[in-house]
Ligand binder design. Sequence first.
Ligand code: XMP
Length: 517
Amino acid sequence: MQKFSHDTIVVLDFGAQYSQLIARRVREMNVYSQIVPYTTSVEELEQMQPKGIIFSGGPASVGTPNSPRPDEGIYSLGIPILGICYGLQVMSVQNGGSVQRPDKREYGFADLEVLDGDSLLLKGVSKRSKLWMSHGDSVSSLPPGFRHTGRTTNCEFTVLENDAKRFYGVQFHPEVVHTSEGKAFLSNFVLGICNAKPDWNMGSFVATAIEDIRKKVGDRQVLCGLSGGVDSAVAAVLIHQAIGDQLVCVFVNNGLLRKGEAEKVLQVFRDNYKIRLQYADAQDDFLSALAGVTEPEAKRKIIGKVFIDTFYKAARSAGEISFLAQGTLYPDVIESKSPSGGPSATIKSHHNVGGLPEDLKWDLLEPLRELFKDEVRELGRELGLPEDMVNRHPFPGPGLGVRCVGEVTKKRLDTLRDVDAIFIEEIRSAGLYDDIWQALACLLPVKSVGVQGDERTYEEVCSLRAVTSEDAMTADWYRFPPDVLQRAASRICNEVSGVNRVLYDITSKPPGTIEWE
Ligand code: XMP
C-alpha cells in the first residue's frame, strides 16, 4: 500500500455495516480516508503513514475463538487509534482490559453522561447528548492506562481514553445520524487528536487525478464508453482534462434511452467539451433483434449482446487503444475486499461490458476508484457538467427495454419516453426530484377502455413508480403529495397518445424489484 499525498485516516474494517459511513464522515471533514481490512499487516499500515486509525464496529464477539483481531504491533506504531463498538472492545482486550456479555443487548438511543470536562475526545460535546447504541458485549474492566470519560445508564464504560498512547474508544456509533453530536466526536479525533490537515476536496482530487492519469497513460489512447449516467460522464471529462484527444469516447444509442438523451450526450460531450466521440446509432439493430421477444431475460440477453457487438465495432474503428476507462466507484472496490463480503455489488455488475474479446488487450483505467457517489457528483460539478446530468437518478443499462413490459417496438418506446418525460418534469417542478432515489414509468401490455372527449378509447396502461432507497438492495415506495400524481396522470392522458390509464406502484422491494421488466 502506498503513502497518500493527503493526510489520511485509515478505517480498519472488522466487517461493520457502517465502515463506509465512517469513511464518508471523515471525508466530509475534508480529510482523506481509506478503508482497509483488519488483516492489513503492520508493515503495510506503516507504509501508508496514516495520521490516525479508526477501528470499525463489527458483528463478532471478542470472546469467541477466531474473532477478528488486528496485528498487536498496531499498538506500537505511535499512531492515534479510535475504536468504535467492536473496535473499542478488541482494543480493550488486546491492551489488558476485559469484555463481557450483559444479559441484554442494548439497541437504540442512550444518554451520554460526560464524566470529565477536559477530555480531548469529548471537547465541546454537551454534558448530556443522545447516542446510538447497538451492541451485545461491553467493556467490563478498563485496560491499564485507560480511564473512562463517559457513561450511560446501561453502559459504564461508554467512552475510554488513554491520552499518553492516544488510544480512544466509544461504545456507541458516532458515524450514524442518530448520535446527535456524532460529528463532534469524530472531528475531535480526526482534526484534534490526529491533527489531520483538512485539505481533501474535489479541487485537490482533480489535480492529483490528472497527474496520475497522465503518468499511467503516457502517450497512449484511452477508450471510454458513455452511457449518459453520471459515473461514465465524470470519468470521461476528468480523463479528457488529463489527456485531451488521447481519449476516445464511444456512445451507443440503443434506442432505449429517455427522451432527448442521445442529443444531450452529443451536445455536452462533443459540442461542449469537444471530446472525440464515436457515435454509434444502433437503434435499428436493437429494435430488429428485439422484435417479437417478450420474455424479460431474453430481452436483457439480446440487449447485452447487441450492445457488446456495437461497442466493440465502434472501438475497433477508434485506432490503437491501450486502456478501457470505467466508472468504478469506491463502494465497488471495498465490497470486493470487505471481510464480510459487503452487501454485494450487483448494481454495477448488471451492466459491465463483460470479458474483453481476445484481440483487444486493454488495461483498465478507473479514475473514480477512490470516490463515493456523492463525491463523484461533486467532482462532476467541479468539472462543469450540467446539474441535471450530475444529479440524476440511476438508469439501468438496458434502459427502457426493462420498462417496456412485453414487446419492445419503436411506437411503444416513443409512448413510454413521453410518459417518462412528463412524470420526471412534474417531479422536478414540485421540487421533489432529490428526495427520490429513482422515479420511472413503465408501459404495460394491457389495454383498457377509457373515454376521452366523446370517444371511447382502448389503449395501453402505464404505471409510475418512485422509490426511496439507500443502495437499491431494498426500497420503499415514495409517498407523493396526491396533487403531484394527479397532475402527472392528467397530463399523461391528455398529452400522450397510446395511453389512457395511469397507475401508481406502491410495492416495496422486496417483494417487488424497482424495475418491472
Ligand atoms: P431492481 O429492478 O433489480 O434494480 O430492483 C435495482 C437497481 O438496479 C438498476 N438496474 C440496472 N442497472 N443495468 C444497470 O446498470 C441493469 O441491467 C439494471 N437492472 C436494474 C435499477 O434501475 C435499480 O436502480
